[in-house]
Design a binder for this molecule. Structure first.
Ligand code: UDP
Ligand code: MG
Length: 327
């Protein structure tokens, strides 16, 4: 009996990429021996012709299935929706803009066949330019430095989870989902393969810079207590300096060598400095608190509007030539 493979792809306004994506996925996956495969597109509230195209693809070839969310929830919730609906032995997750080349799928499967239950596809190179590239690189460096688990940087959505790992991933209840981090967090036998990240095949990135910044902050705050600890250390250092200064002033007063009230500049500097640090610390607490509020509200992570072909295990979805055979 063949192994079942599901490929989960979040899609938001990708009409320019869908035909090529289908062509290349079909070519690669049909070349895999012993796999019954299925694509689960998760439409994240697209407003272009993507949904129509994906429905047409499903009509042509029922191995391309579609899960439609009720609005735009973001790539990580969309991915989580797809994973919750993937009933296969192995699940691959990837972007829908061909930045994650389908041709790497056999390498992911080879890593799985040699015993890995979680496989990361890390970028050896990337094509982004300018501010976006700087931002992404700064994020990965900062994340590697700050995360509490020594997690390797440079990994995105692209990767593989086996059935057991998907089950555990689906059991995670948190709303704030930095998928690469969570995939690492669940453990199991993990392996990393490397690939060259391409440029987007068509269209613009769907993540604006400020949204990328939010995702980056989410990732750091959900995998690191270090910012809080840093504030505690800073508070401790400043209080120590403060204690010594105070002691010095008191002694000077007691022995009667107190100077005339010069030191206005020192005073202003200190007040501004301490005020700034306090606001920073409160803001930081707020960042964590806001995220706790999100968790406590217990809103669902996403809402499914419609399923087309999703829910049937991959071996039940016949490829087109078998479908058209009479009888
Ligand atoms: N995406 C999504 N919802 C969004 C934004 C993006 O499902 O709100 C999808 C998008 O269609 C693509 C993947 O997530 O398949 C990665 O998005 P994008 O290429 O815009 O991100 P980048 O590669 O620039 O980080
Ligand atoms: Mg992209």
């Amino acid at each position: 009996m063949s192994t079942t493979l599901a490929i989960v792809i979040p899609v938001y306004n990708e009409q320019g990429n869908l035909p090529e994506l289908r062509r290349r996925l079909t070519e690669v996956c049909d070349g895999l021996e012993g796999f019954a495969w299925q694509v689960i597109y998760v439409d994240d509230g697209s407003r272009d012709g993507s949904v129509k195209m994906m429905l047409e693809q499903n009509k042509d070839d029922p191995r391309f299935t579609l899960l439609q969310l009720s609005r735009n929830f973001g790539p990580y919730p969309a991915l989580s929706a797809g994973l919750a609906h993937a009933d296969a032995d192995v699940v691959i997750t990837m972007d829908g803009d061909l930045q994650d080349p389908p041709e790497v799928i056999p390498d992911l499967l080879a890593a799985w066949q040699s015993g890995a239950q979680v496989v990361f596809a890390n970028r050896r190179t990337r094509q982004e330019r300018g501010l976006r590239r700087l931002g992404i690189e700064a994020f990965h460096k900062l994340f590697a430095l700050l995360n509490d688990f020594n997690m390797a940087a440079n990994s995105g959505i692209f990767g593989l989870l086996d059935r057991q790992a998907v089950g555990e991933f689906n059991n995670l209840l948190e709303r704030n989902r930095f998928v690469p981090g969570l995939r690492w967090w669940i453990g199991f036998e993990q392996r990393t393969i490397h690939y060259d990240r391409r440029d987007r095949a068509a269209g613009e990135s769907k993540q604006s810079l400020d949204r990328l910044l939010c995702l980056g902050l989410d990732a750091i705050f959900s995998f690191s207590y270090k910012p809080l600890r840093l504030m505690v250390i800073m508070g401790f250092c400043i209080s120590t300096v403060g204690a010594f200064l105070t002691a010095g002033y008191v002694i000077k007063r007691l022995v009667g060598v107190e100077q005339a009230p010069i030191g206005f500049t020192t005073l202003v500097t200190l007040i501004l400095f301490l005020g700034g640090i306090q606001l920073l610390a409160i803001g930081l607490l707020g960042e964590y608190l806001g995220r706790i509020y999100d968790e406590v509200k217990q809103r669902p992570l996403y809402i499914v509007k419609r399923r087309t072909g999703v829910g049937l295990p991959p071996q039940a979805v016949a490829p087109p030539e078998q479908r058209s055979t009479p009888g």
